[in-house]
Design a binder for this molecule. Sequence first.
Ligand code: NIG
Ligand code: FE
Length: 404
Amino acid sequence: MSAAATLVVRNIGELFTGDPVRGVVHDAAVAAHGATIVYAGPQPGLRDVAVGPDAVEVDARGMAVVPGFVDAHTHIVWLGDRGDEYARRAEGVSYEDIAAAGGGIMATVRATQAGSVAELVAAARARAARMLRLGTTTVEVKSGYGMKHDAEVRQLEAAAALTADADLPDVVATYLPLHAAPPQEQSREEFVAGVCDEGVRRAAPLARFVDAFCDAGAYTVEECERLFLAAREAGLRAKLHAEQRSHTGATLLAARVGAVSADHLEHATDEGMRALASSGTVGVILPGASLVLGGPPPPGRRLLDAGAGVAVATDCNPGTCYSESMPLMVSLAVALAGLAPHQALTAATHGGAAALALGDRGVLREGMRCDLCILESPHWIDVAYHLGANPVGTVIRAGLLVTP
Ligand code: NIG
Ligand code: FE
């Protein structure tokens, strides 16, 4: 028998387990001991669960419960504002033209480089807090607006500061040194060599993954591969911004190096997607960025048809998708990417966990982390169906109530 439960959630109308075998359980309950689920199933089964005298009892009042969202791709540590650029793009100026004129990612780099760790933490904390209220219990956070080693390290230190806060989502940090084009005062070769040496050495203790923007106008397949080899020596696994704006072969690179995920993928070929399926690399679709930038749709259905794992994430950033909302991304994954509602919700929970190589969350089952959302609706499908709303009432993270 498991240890006595310290948390019990009763009267769940629909329990979306995210477990392909168990599916949705009606009239359900969940119990946890500390951070770990000890029971998730039909309510009558609670009879066999020991409940501690001080256990927190939560009445879900017939509402639906879903796993906490795992947002596996974000850039929330930034300063500055690019609302003006958003307006210019609406008038027809392209993302690439703005970048070539020194705006775009470089505009955010200038503002972010000038910030202290405390300023970065304050900006990122506000975004992470909004994410939690929208049901995100784990968030990946990338650097990438530093460009200089010191500024990249400050971004990663800001991400680390968020991990200490139990009232925010759990944070996983990613070092993204190849993002904006190299600075003019340095040759490309010098910049990439510096990143592969000093950059990786200084970032490695602060990050779990390494990432690069492999695209026309950004970095080549060769440059990204060089970074991945250096980072692997330092214990960082690869993720990749792959074929968002053009076809480069980046998806095949992600598969070749055994990356944990390949992200965006709007211009990836079916061959690339099959390669992801073979290497076990999760395809992360970012339907908010696809919507804002235009171009081919996010390839959710194509990834599933190729047999690859799929995650959906916000990409929360000041240029291509200023949104903290995983529920909105689930809706867009259905509307734009061809996923069924249950596939989109699974991609936002279990898929996100797979894209971060986290085997302990994303599914509501005994032994997994107790990260869940009690919705303000009796129906789990409202996460996808109710566009632009916050369907989340109460959030439980690691077995503790973190919102009312
Ligand atoms: O994922 N594509 C590269 N990076 C971000 C955009 C960053 C920005 O525009 O500030 C993305 O879309
Ligand atoms: Fe991104």
